[in-house]
Design a protein around this ligand. Structure first.
Ligand code: TYD
Ligand code: MG
Length: 445
């Protein structure tokens, strides 16, 4: 098969052999990108393609290998699927190489061939790190290479079952002339590796760097090519690392795994609620604990609010919750509970750098605002959750019973929840107070 360079318009798909500023198809400027055209020397006979009934497809169950890291296994949907392509994205220095080296070490006991391809660090550096992390160094094979064709040769010869490519931005294929790291190179290099992996049922873990604004040519352009996209993020204090599945063809998206970076690599965090809830001994006004769901797991988090006299136009600032939502909640507070924040700055914060995307924290935000306005601490044993509607009603949220169980597990003795979330059998040790209106709910605060 001969390969020839073509320039393809990212907008209309027209292709041309010569680079131009303007697309010959749609006439738009700067949309042409380098790509390769596959041409056979002699025109091949096109094989007959035939659709097949869905019921006739051979449905062998996915073969999964557990990575021996329960946090990562959960995010992957129960282990690494043979032949799956997983993209692990994250900012430089967050711990992608560390995690994958540890995972390869774990897997090397159960899977015969594991290969770590490094394009960034030397073999020496990787071996040193493996030694420091206590990774079984004799069973993890290392390769320092950035040329995709050479890597494919090694894969053909050595037939490893699991391969880490660290990182995809350093890889290049000779089929293209553009520099490694360019969008075209990243995409084409990944495409070559994905093709090989799918044909040979090899699992490939691709490392991809992203900057804060995600601007760099990298993981974003690969998301549609891979089966699973994991993003590695850091909590505000940088001690903890969160892995989130943003796409998963083999499991639920939005699953979350928590790790802590230690002197000996990444360690699993088994009980995240305990970390986000590490509160001081003294009761303070404006602090309320709620329970959110991150993927399939309930997580207890503390919400803080502070109000202060505004010296100018009143400000509403939030960290970890949507600012528009806070504005809306304050309007409901005024209209339906008669509590005004006019002329006051209002700040709301989710402790521990957690970002809350669901509405279940609404009632807790209002409870925290109420508590700080009244300078009255909320009972430490009280858990609050529920969505607040514009009519001042408290609406139910999914997974109420599970949230209550998480609260009971961590010693909460009372829970203020939407009436519709009162479970038929209450988890032991927690008293459930059902509320349906925001004004009546805030009477408990
Ligand atoms: P690394 O895995 O190299 O990040 P990435 O591949 O995402 O760029 O992680 C590097 C950081 O992790 C670095 O700042 C040092 C820290 N680290 C530890 O704290 N402990 C360890 O055992 C290791 C290996 C790294
Ligand atoms: Mg790295």
């Amino acid at each position: 098969m001969k390969q020839r360079i073509v320039y393809v318009c990212t907008r209309c798909g027209a292709s041309t052999r010569q680079w131009r500023g303007q697309c010959p198809g749609c006439g738009v400027w700067n949309t042409l990108e380098e790509g390769v055209e596959n041409r056979s020397a002699s025109r091949p006979r096109i094989p007959l393609v035939q659709p097949i009934a869905a019921s006739n497809v051979d449905l062998a169950p996915d073969v999964r290998v557990e990575t021996k890291s329960p946090e990562l296994d959960r995010v992957l949907g129960g282990g690494l699927v043979a032949g799956a392509i997983v993209l692990v994205g994250g900012e430089p220095g967050i711990g992608k190489s560390t995690l994958l080296l540890q995972v390869l070490g774990n897997l090397s006991g159960t899977v015969p061939g594991v290969l770590y391809v490094t394009g960034e660090e030397s073999i020496h550096q990787v071996a040193l790190r493996a030694q420091r992390l206590g990774v079984a160094a004799d069973s993890v094979r290392l390769l320092a290479e950035t040329r995709v064709e050479s890597i494919l040769e090694v894969l053909e010869r050595e037939t490893p079952r699991i391969v880490v490519i660290d990182s995809i931005q350093t890889m290049f294929t000779e089929a293209l002339q553009s520099a490694p790291g360019s969008v075209a190179q990243v995409r084409e290099s990944a495409a070559c590796l994905v093709r090989h992996a799918k044909n040979h049922a090899v699992s490939v873990l691709l490392v991809g760097h992203v900057t804060k604004d995600g601007a760099i040519a990298g993981p974003r352009v690969l998301e549609h090519m891979v089966d699973t996209v994991l993003y590695f993020e850091s909590e505000a204090d940088r001690r903890f690392r969160v892995i989130r599945a943003v796409k998963n063809r083999f499991g639920a998206a939005n699953e979350l795994g928590l790790f802590a970076m230690t002197g000996k690599g990444l360690r699993e965090v088994r009980n995240p609620s305990a970390i986000f809830l590490a509160r001081g001994a003294e009761d303070v006004a404006g602090s309320v604990v709620t329970v959110v769901r991150e993927g399939s797991r309930p997580l207890l988090v503390e919400i803080q609010a502070l109000v202060d006299d505004a010296s100018g136009p009143p400000r509403r600032l939030t960290v970890g919750i949507d600012q528009g939502r806070l504005n809306m909640l304050l309007a409901v507070l005024h209209r339906h509970a008669g509590i005004s924040t006019q002329g006051l700055d209002v700040y709301a914060n989710v402790v521990g750098g957690v970002r809350i995307a669901e509405t279940s924290a609404d009632l807790a935000v209002l409870a925290a605002v109420r508590s700080t306005l009244a300078t009255r601490p909320v009972d430490r044993g009280l858990l609050v959750f529920g969505e607040v509607g514009l009519a001042g009603e408290i609406r139910p949220v999914p997974g109420g019973e599970e949230r209550l169980r998480e609260g009971a597990k961590h010693g909460f003795s009372r829970a203020l929840v939407p009436v519709a979330n009162i479970p038929r059998c209450t988890p032991s040790g927690i008293e459930v107070l059902g509320v349906d209106r925001v004004d009546r709910a805030l009477d408990f605060i």
